[in-house]
Write a protein that binds this ligand. Structure first.
Ligand SMILES: Cc1cc2nc3c(=O)[nH]c(=O)nc-3n(C[C@H](O)[C@H](O)[C@H](O)COP(=O)(O)OP(=O)(O)OC[C@H]3O[C@@H](n4cnc5c(N)ncnc54)[C@H](O)[C@@H]3O)c2cc1C
Length: 227
């Protein structure tokens, strides 16, 4: 038997508190799907499947960790100590920063994969914003139905005629929401692997400081990391 990969509740079971199991399992599946496709089609670079474990194991471990805390706090018959802890926790949740922190943990939106690059969006899940393309309005999430990566040009800075590798779709659009970048390269599972605030210089040219050939080729091959 070859390698066995687990996703969803087969990989991690935790108390249902907070309703996070489905979200966690779906994200496992999306993370794994495009990588498995690359392997099956013999275009995956070495280490691609290892990145599934590297990215998803910490995400699951974190959910197990904080649902353990929730199980204690939600005890219907709490001891005096747990009741005191719950009161303090309730007060803390009234603080916007603390509330945001816990909401980020429970929704999974605080998750950031360790991808190369220092743009604040790199490694983060792209929000499902409303876009307007030449073909009309579309949700950002609808761009991933093909299982391709998406190079999203929000400021018209991606050069015309850019030779994109297979399985990378260039989408030029405007967005009423502030997405935090002028152009983004988004993996098939909806995570940003490259972004820029300014002109998308160096695209496909191999120049440093832009989206070079290495990153484009890596995404085309299904790799999560450049180099
Ligand atoms: C009470 C409760 C409340 C919950 N509430 C929420 C919530 O509000 N929000 C949320 O996100 N999550 C919630 N969850 C968690 C969520 O239901 C699970 O995380 C999610 O269903 C896991 O999906 P899965 O596909 O990984 O596993 P499953 O849904 O368990 O699917 C596995 C499937 O494999 C089948 N199977 C097993 N063995 C075999 C076999 N040998 N051969 C063939 N088929 C097999 C099973 O029959 C099953 O259909 C809750 C869970 C519980 C128990």
């Amino acid at each position: 038997m070859g390698r066995v990969l687990f996703a969803g509740d087969a990989a991690h079971i935790h108390p249902p508190l907070g309703g996070q199991g489905l979200n966690l399992g779906m994200q496992d599946a999306f993370n794994l799907g495009w990588k498995l496709a690359a392997v099956v089609q013999d275009r995956a670079p070495d280490g691609l499947l290892d990145s599934y474990h590297a990215e998803r194991h910490p995400a699951a471990a974190q959910v197990l960790h904080h649902t353990s805390a929730q199980r204690v706090l939600a005890d219907p018959h709490p001891s005096e100590d747990v009741a005191a802890l719950r009161d303090i926790f309730t007060d803390l949740l009234r603080l916007p920063d603390a509330n945001r922190h816990v909401a980020g943990l429970m929704s999974g939106l605080a998750l950031r994969y360790d991808l190369p690059g220092d743009h604040p969006l790199t490694g983060r899940r792209v929000p499902d914003a409303g876009l307007v393309t030449g073909a009309g309005p579309v949700r950002l999430s609808a761009l991933f139905g093909s299982g391709h990566a998406v190079l999203l040009d929000l400021a018209g800075t991606v050069p015309a005629g850019l030779p994109l590798p297979p399985r990378v779709d260039l989408v030029r659009a405007t967005c009423a929401e502030e997405l935090g970048a002028a152009a983004l390269l988004i993996r098939p599972d909806g995570y940003v692997c490259w972004a820029t605030d300014g002109p998308a210089t160096g695209l496909g040219s191999g120049e440093t400081g832009g989206l070079g050939d290495t990153v484009l080729a890596a995404i085309a091959g299904g790799l999560t990391r450049a180099g």
